[in-house]
Every structure is written in structure tokens, then in C-alpha cells.
Design a protein around this ligand. Sequence first.
Ligand code: SF4
Ligand code: SF4
Length: 339
Amino acid sequence: MMMTANHNRARTLFFKPDERNIFFHLLTACNLRCRHCYINPEQHGSSMVSRATMEEWLRLFAAPEKESNIIFLGGEPSLHPDLVHGVRYARELGYCGVTIDTNGFLYHDLLTKLQPYEAVLSFSLDGPDPAVNDAIRGKGVFNVCTTNLQQAVAKGFEVSLIYTVSQLNIDHLPRMPALLEKIGCQRFFMQVIGIRGKSAQTMANSLQLTPEQWLKVVPAVAAEAAARGIQVIYPKVYLGADEPFQCAGRQAENYFIFPNGRVYLCPLCEDFPLNAWQIDSGRLVTNQAITEKQLFSLNISEGCVINKLLQPGNIVYDDQGFPLHRISCCLLKQEIAPV
Ligand code: SF4
Ligand code: SF4
């Protein structure tokens, strides 16, 4: 991503034309049942890619002449018995950055089998203590996740922590920087609760944040974490008046691949059969139905088209009916560098 300074240490990470990010969901199965889980087996199946398919799809998306990053996810990717093989194969194919997004359980003895230089480990944790985290992610999860994270740090792995901010845990977010410092994690991603999977269901809509909450709490926590020497990244969400709107679907190369072969350009579309492509017999085939690509081509004053369709509640209008803020692409990030 290209960086533009807004003030001192805050930068918007605009999309870089020659960077590619491949988000490879190896399976949809998971040992946990988080309350906001975004996985949608109805849309993406319940299968796991085989070792041969994993290799085939990694080859399909490899482009060593560009800066291609691969992110292995699930479900829980460490449940896949060939994850370590996939990491090594991706590196052989010339992928630059290799990341594993894990819930912290690190199955198949991952910390022993993997070398620290082979992959970055990104842990998901949704609270600064067991009471908050485990109410969302399940009993005992806080201890497993933080213990394994600290072991990973001790072994020399590069680690990061992702906190999905929702109504369930926003009040506890200010306690996270101290925890990160204590457990030795120097990268912090704050993710806004999505509108996918379980969190898109009517009963769960109460998880969504208001614009006021996000703007009041998140930048302040980011500054506090940066003051403790932690790099912080969070979605931009609200664009400043002088900031350009960019749709990653049009201006970047992000591919979200699912075990049933669907390939999306926009994560907000994942609950619908709007995928731009389908992998069929090892080839990338254009989806002939109406897809996300047609939606990206619409220009609206509110910014992101899919946001306007799926969660218009986060757009505030003035008396004349003009939006007070444009909503940025969900993939556009703000970074606060450590002090
Ligand atoms: S760890 Fe991830 S995939 Fe598993 S239940 Fe939680 S949100 Fe869903
Ligand atoms: S989130 Fe919005 S702006 Fe970003 S890729 Fe999707 S449609 Fe485009």
C-alpha cells in the first residue's frame, strides 16, 4: 500500500498498483463458534481444499514479478494438515509476504514445525481479559490465545493481533494497548465489526457500532498503543474532505478465495453469489451473472457502493441530503506508527 502522511505519525495506506494480496480460505471449519463469525458455509461450503488443490491454486495466483502477499485463513487454517506445506510452497512460488490468520489454537504443532522466518502469525483476540474475550469467542480461548502468542514471540515469530471492535467489546478496547505491551505484541489491527456471516443476521445487528463510537474511541486507542511503541492499523471508514475515494475492487488486486472455488474482489460481497470469478478445473473463469464488478463501476456521493447497499445506517446526511462523510473502501487502512 502507498502511504500518505496526514499528520505526524498517522498515514492513510492507499492502494499500491503493483501490490497483490491473496486471501486463501483453506477451509470453513473451525474449532470455535465466535458470536460474530463471518464464515458462511451456505455460500462457501464446508469442504477443505486438498493438498493438490492448494498447490494448484497457489500456482494460479502466483505472480513473482509483482509484490504478491498470501494470507492463509479459514475457518481456522491451522486445522489444515498441509498448512506448513502450503506456506513453504507459496514461498517457493515467490510470494513475498506469508501470513497465517489464526484464532490462536495453532493445531498440528505449528510453532514447532514452522520456522519464524517462514510466516507472520496474526492472532485474533476480542477482549483484554477472559471475561470480555471469552464471552465472544468461547470459554478458555483468552488463555490459549495469549499463551500461544507469547510462545510465538519467544520463538522469534513476527506476530500481530486483530481485535474485531463491536458493541460487545468497544468499551474494553482502551485496555488493549497495555495488554499488547505486556505480551510483547508490536502490531495491532483494529477491525470494525462486519456485516457478514453471523454478524449480518437480524439478531446480531446490535453488534454494529455507531459512527460516533468509532470516531471517539478508535483513534484515541491507536494513539495510546503507538505511544507504547506499537504499530497500529485500522480501517479508515470515514474519508476526510480532501481524501480521494478508492475502490479496491477497481484499483487494487485483492483476491478472496474460498474452498468451493469462488473468488471475490470485495470482502463485503462474500455473503452473496456476486463473486467475479470461479476457479473451475484449475482455471479462473469469469462469472457470467451480475457480479460485484458491475456494482464497483457505480459512482455515488456516499463513497463505497456496497456499504450503501448493505449498511446505509453508517452514513450521516446533512439537511440538504448530502453525506457528511464518504465511507471509504473497507480495505483502506489508517496506520499510526509507533513513537
Ligand atoms: S475463529 Fe474465526 S472462523 Fe472460527 S468461529 Fe471465530 S470468527 Fe469464525
Ligand atoms: S468495500 Fe466498497 S470500495 Fe472496497 S472493494 Fe468493496 S465495493 Fe469497493
